[in-house]
Design a protein around this ligand. Structure first.
Ligand code: FNR
Length: 342
């Protein structure tokens, strides 16, 4: 049952957030402090341009859920939080809706509670053109997200095993879709080779979706009965590594997600070249452990604190962070050395 799987994902993702050690590759990225660099806080704007659209903030709620009664309620609360704070948000995969249109309301709520917000509809890379159109119509979506999750699928006993048609289908979807198309990983990272291919296919934004946060190999391993796939939990590239690998590729927007824990991680991702940053697990944990008000409060606090970081660094906008004076150490420095990145 897809509905049970959706509920399982939420439960395991929240448990993993609660058990998180706090250690991350983002800690290998440090801003050099320049004591005279600061500017006036009132001169800072958090506005960014993403896929040709103006966003008030470089922060969005990334794809999570829908398809069951419980996850429909989570979507309602996420949409209220997005509406109150003015940040964009994405639906979870709409495969459950394609199989059973009676769950439409569990996704549609994202638009009902957030009538003027930037909403993205999320589909898998095998979705048909009719399915893509109906997903966009249902949410009156401003953009489409296509997720790439081969590692997750192979750990799921009931998962997909057919990934060969993805590139051709992405090209067809991009050619047929009027709104901007984002392509995202779900926590194993996009490589330079993949992002370059996505740019050639006409994709507007690549969301690197790197390792370091929600780990779908671990979630599916926890759900699996028999057959330990534990060896695959460390698969992929971390989010800072992906950004160092890809963010200078011209002609495609770059979003960063996967393991963003704080406003400082947002600033680090922006300085490494992301145009915007997505958060899933950390926001879900706040919502499930507390309530919508707590999530609204958290997002507001993060945005205020991000503004203060930009003030100290002398960045008038998030885009000004690109080229900031950074120290790269530890595993991230090793990755750069092995990949030949200066
Ligand atoms: C996700 N994610 C996800 N991504 C996607 O493209 N389609 C989906 O349906 C889902 N479902 C989903 C459920 C739950 C419960 C979580 C926590 C996450 C992945 C998500 O968008 C993101 O790429 C990863 O979670 C990494 O970001 P965080 O969680 O480390 O901030």
């Amino acid at each position: 049952m897809i509905a049970d799987r959706k509920d399982d994902h939420v439960r395991h993702a929240v448990n993993h957030q609660r058990q998180a050690t706090g250690v991350s590759d983002f800690d290998s990225v440090t801003f050099v402090h320049h004591a005279l660099a600061g500017i006036d806080a009132e001169d800072v704007s958090l506005a960014v341009e993403v896929a040709g659209k103006q966003w008030n903030t470089p922060l969005f709620v990334n794809a999570m859920t829908g398809g069951s009664i419980k996850t429909g309620e989570i979507n309602r609360q996420l949409a209220i939080a997005a509406h109150e704070t003015g940040i964009p948000l994405a639906s979870g995969s709409m495969s459950a809706y394609f199989r059973d249109p009676s769950v439409a309301g569990t996704y549609r709520v994202l638009r009902q509670e957030n009538p003027h917000g930037f909403v993205m509809a999320n589909v898998n890379a095998n979705a048909t053109l009719d399915q893509v159109r109906s997903a966009i119509d249902l949410l009156e979506a401003d953009a489409l997200q296509i997720h790439l999750n081969a590692v997750q699928e192979v750990v799921m006993p009931e998962g997909d095993r057919s990934f060969g048609a993805w590139p051709r289908q992405i090209e067809r979807i991009v050619a047929d879709t009027a709104v901007p198309v984002f392509v995202k990983e779900v926590g194993f990272g996009l490589s330079r080779q993949t992002v370059t291919w996505l740019r050639e296919a006409g994709v507007s934004v690549a969301d690197v979706g790197g390792r370091g946060g929600t780990n779908f190999a671990r979630i599916e391993n926890d759900r699996r009965v028999g057959g330990d796939f534990g060896f695959i939990e460390s698969w992929g590239q971390s989010t800072p590594n992906c950004l160092l690998d890809c963010a200078d590729i011209p002609g495609i927007g770059i979003a960063a997600s996967g393991g963003i824990r704080s406003p400082l991680d947002i600033a680090r991702a922006l300085a490494l070249g992301a145009d915007a940053t997505g958060v899933a697990g950390a926001f879900l944990e706040t919502l499930v452990s507390h309530d919508t008000a707590a999530l609204i409060d958290k997002i507001g606090t993060w945005l205020d604190q991000l503004r203060t970081i930009l003030t100290v660094l002398g960045a008038r906008t998030p885009a000004d962070l690109v080229g900031a004076d950074l120290l790269i150490t530890g595993d991230v420095a090793n990755f750069c050395r092995l990949r030949g990145i200066d």
